[in-house]
Design a protein around this ligand. Sequence first.
Ligand SMILES: NC(=O)c1ccc[n+]([C@@H]2O[C@H](COP(=O)([O-])OP(=O)(O)OC[C@H]3O[C@@H](n4cnc5c(N)ncnc54)[C@H](OP(=O)(O)O)[C@@H]3O)[C@@H](O)[C@H]2O)c1
Length: 345
Amino acid sequence: MTKGWTRKVVVTRHGGPEVLTTVTEAIPEPGPGEVRVRVLAAGVSAFDLMYRRWGRLPGTPALPFALGEDVVGDVDALGPGVSRLAPGERVAGGTWALGVGGGYAEHVCLPADQLVPLPPGVDPAEAVCLVVNYLTAHQHLHHIGQARAGERLLVHGAAGGVGTALLELGKLAGLEMFGTASASAFALVEALGATPIDYRSEDFVARIRELTVDGVDIVVDTIGGGRHLWRSYRALRTGGRLVWLGSSAVETEGLRVAATSMAISALLRWLPDGRSVPPCPTMDELARADGEWYRATLGMLLALLAAGKLRPVIAGRLPLAEAARAHRLLEQGGRPGKFVLLPGA
Ligand SMILES: NC(=O)c1ccc[n+]([C@@H]2O[C@H](COP(=O)([O-])OP(=O)(O)OC[C@H]3O[C@@H](n4cnc5c(N)ncnc54)[C@H](OP(=O)(O)O)[C@@H]3O)[C@@H](O)[C@H]2O)c1
């Protein structure tokens, strides 16, 4: 039995960033099949904001609950029956529960099957970006979108955590890329290999027609909502796939975005015009259904990071105790990439 205390950040009631509270508790013991990880880096995501704000999202735990899914850290204890990891090993992984897995902590216990060893010399903050954002991007580009070299890709929210991951992976896959973003993020979108389109002042359907004539092969839509998905569909050429990945529009339109997105996706599937809307399970749903895919793909992404072929965009590195500030900055927008909490800082 470990003696000692550890800190974690919990949501005590739903509301603004101020509801995030740091609590101290006994260091947890790993259960059967679990390992305990001393966390070096924990990711902050759009899902965390939603679960903090609202109590009516499916899967919201009872209060108080700890936020965060993706972590990088050192294994410091093994639960009964664990043999694939060893104490002291540095690992990356997640809780397979977007937003509410308890990653905002100095220690977290996770199933060993959800963790992958880190190659030597990799920055924990960069590695943690791969767990949700790059896995999600890889799933939606390759598993769902079936991207092929030479095809055209339009990414919405191209400067966000998932958007920048999509552009990095799209470039490696040899795609011709376009990305919607605020004008302030144009230089970044261009540096990542895409032609930027200003979502605030331009009609992206008209702009895509202007740039390509017949449209793109894949749209990855991180914004959602009936009207947005319909417009994304119209930017596709024959044979094109509309991949619905997220619902950033909840920021402006509220929770009804999920319902209108599902309704329009179902309707568009009936249109016999050579374009398609494949089913889009979330990354954690796919991971639960296919743990082998999760471990193999995360291992492959970590190897690409170690080889210098990926450079995740980090919006900011903050101490764990400044989780509320990370949420405020993410809500304000305009900071490309992913915020990372560093419990040891
Ligand atoms: N399906 C899954 O498994 C899965 C996994 C992870 C995330 N997600 C979802 O994916 C979405 C994106 O996540 P994220 O972590 O990348 O969020 P993020 O880092 O907050 O990025 C969102 C980006 O979207 C931009 N944006 C906002 N409204 C836009 C619009 N109308 N058109 C184009 N760009 C717009 C923002 O730009 P400005 O800041 O300039 O406004 C920002 O750069 C979220 O809805 C999240 O819940 C889904």
